[in-house]
Write a protein that binds this ligand. Structure first.
Ligand code: ADP
Ligand code: MG
Length: 477
């Protein structure tokens, strides 16, 4: 067998590899490799980090293996040497033989990351400003003690509290919180973070929105500092990523997140994620990432019932130290039934208006404000708004009204909601039927007529209808 020079062999390998990967990947993952040794058909290459090695193994193992065998024959093997930078001048190298070995590997990776700590770039730090500790990026105002509990958020809250008391130590890892806009996902996720920060001083907590994460990753790619980026995230003990629906269709970001996720999960670190929809409805998300979520607990936050909305407003009054007559609070809580954010918005403008005009907060003012709030909400969501209002009034689950159920009280609520949709929105009959679990336009017409007939013949029914109409009309005025 002829003796090959290691550099020449590696140069040939690179020529082959270049033909199989795009330029960006080549630059990122292959150019930084140093060939160090070739002995007995074992080619040793030096890579800048543990993460780099894992990435190669995960994404390029078959390409590497084929290429090397082509150069050196079937016997050929690849070994990695990983640079550990201790922050000083001396460089240690660790050698892996290219096959993953479970637990041992995870321990070693910890060694590597800890060794790297001093040199990792923190993507949250603006260049020029030195920061020694990792700032959690948390908003201190989001806490468990000002998160009002109700049926709408009970499971999510108690799971969150369990996680906060034992980060990484419960079955809820990852904890995935989902729900519509303004229902408390960010509040709850941050409450977990703040609790851990206050009670476990040694743990590093980090809150990041998925958008920020994505942008940091893009910057890291541009600056050639992907390793630093990943290492930074691998140092975190509690990682909270808010609104992961923004990861959809961003394959490369998902890839890197998957990698960080696995590392953290394997090392017993806690992950908390939020999303505006259930994971199964996250289109453009990699299946392997979605399947990881099943390892933990996925739970939702729902629209709070009237009593919970009252409790939230009462708590707001307490913390803002204002006193608002009960009938006004009730009026606001009753009429704003879309999200807690809207509820808070109405409350804030109520207090602001009152102090601006030096007027008492009374029902007249409340009506004016609620009207403008609901107006701005209802313009584009009037069908769901009507459905919600009707369900709330008739004490029925939103889901049922769009389901196939033929139960009497549900059919009745469904008919009433359809009736108001036809009356108060400019949506087509087809669109309205569609919004009720895919029913057709003739069902809508039939419902409309039924409601009209009943209203003419049944007094109680009529009274009931008028009450609902009042609430809806306020938002349409
Ligand atoms: P999301 O992230 O789901 O869009 P947020 O967490 O931003 O919603 O909540 C919107 C607003 O409502 C925030 O000001 C938050 O403090 C408040 N809020 C949400 N849920 C609750 C709750 N259960 N108790 C008190 N305030 C809440
Ligand atoms: Mg949010």
């Amino acid at each position: 067998m002829t003796t090959h020079s290691v550099d020449a062999v590696w140069k040939n390998c690179l020529t082959t590899i270049r033909q199989h990967v795009n330029q960006q990947s080549f630059k990122t993952w292959f150019q930084p490799i140093d060939p160090v040794k070739l002995e007995n058909s074992i080619l040793t290459i030096q890579v800048p980090s543990k993460f780099f090695y894992e990435w190669l193994e995960e994404h390029y193992v078959s390409l590497l293996s084929k290429t090397i065998k082509r150069e050196l024959g079937e016997e050929a093997r690849l070994e990695y040497r990983i640079v550990v930078d201790n922050g000083g001048s001396s460089q240690n190298a660790m050698t892996f033989n290219g096959s993953k070995t479970g637990k041992q590997q995870a321990d070693k990776s910890r060694q590597v990351t800890e060794g790297m700590y001093g040199n990792i770039k923190n993507p949250f730090v603006i260049p020029g400003i030195r920061k020694l500790e990792i700032d959690s990026q948390l908003n201190k105002n989001y806490r468990f003690d000002n998160f009002v509990e109700g049926e709408c958020n009970q499971l999510a809250r108690s799971a969150g509290f369990a996680v906060a008391n034992k980060p990484g130590g419960t079955a809820f890892n990852p904890l995935v919180l989902y729900g519509g806009v303004g229902l408390g996902k960010t509040h709850l996720a941050q409450a977990i973070g703040n609790y851990v920060k206050d009670n476990f001083q040694t743990k590093t907590t980090l809150y990041v929105s998925s958008e920020k994460f994505t942008n940091q990753f893009i910057d890291a790619v541009k600056q050639g500092s992907i390793n630093d980026f990943v290492h930074f995230y691998q140092l975190i003990d509690l990682l909270i990523v808010d609104d992961i629906q923004f990861f959809a269709e961003k394959e490369r970001t998902q890839d890197i997140f998957f990698h960080i996720f696995n590392h953290l999960h394997q090392s017993g670190k806690q992950i908390v994620l939020t999303s505006d929809r259930p994971p199964k409805d996250l289109e453009g998300m990699e299946e392997r990432l979605l399947s990881r979520f099943k390892w933990g607990l996925t739970t939702d936050l729902q629209i709070p019932a009237f009593e919970t909305r009252m409790a939230i407003l009462e708590q707001k009054m307490l913390s803002e130290q204002v006193d608002i007559p009960r009938e006004v609070v009730e009026y606001v809580a009753y009429n704003i039934n879309t999200s807690i954010r809207e509820l808070e918005g109405a409350f804030v403008s109520l207090v602001a208006q009152a102090s601006l005009t030096r007027k008492e907060v009374d029902l007249t003012l409340a009506k004016k404000i609620v009207k403008s709030c609901i107006n701005s909400i209802s313009r584009d969501i009037s069908i769901p708004f009507i459905q919600k209002t009707v369900c709330e009034h008739m004490d029925i689950d939103m889901e049922k009204i769009v389901s196939k159920t033929r139960k009497r009280e549900i059919v009745q609520a469904r008919q009433i909601a359809m009736y108001f949709c036809k009356q108060f929105t400019d949506q087509s009959l087809k669109k309205i039927g569609g919004a009720f679990g895919g029913r057709d336009h003739s069902t809508v017409i039939h419902s409309f007529q039924t409601v009209q007939n009943l209203a003419e013949t049944d007094k109680d029914y009529h009274r009931n209808l008028i009450q609902i109409e009042k609430v809806i009309k306020m938002s349409m005025a």
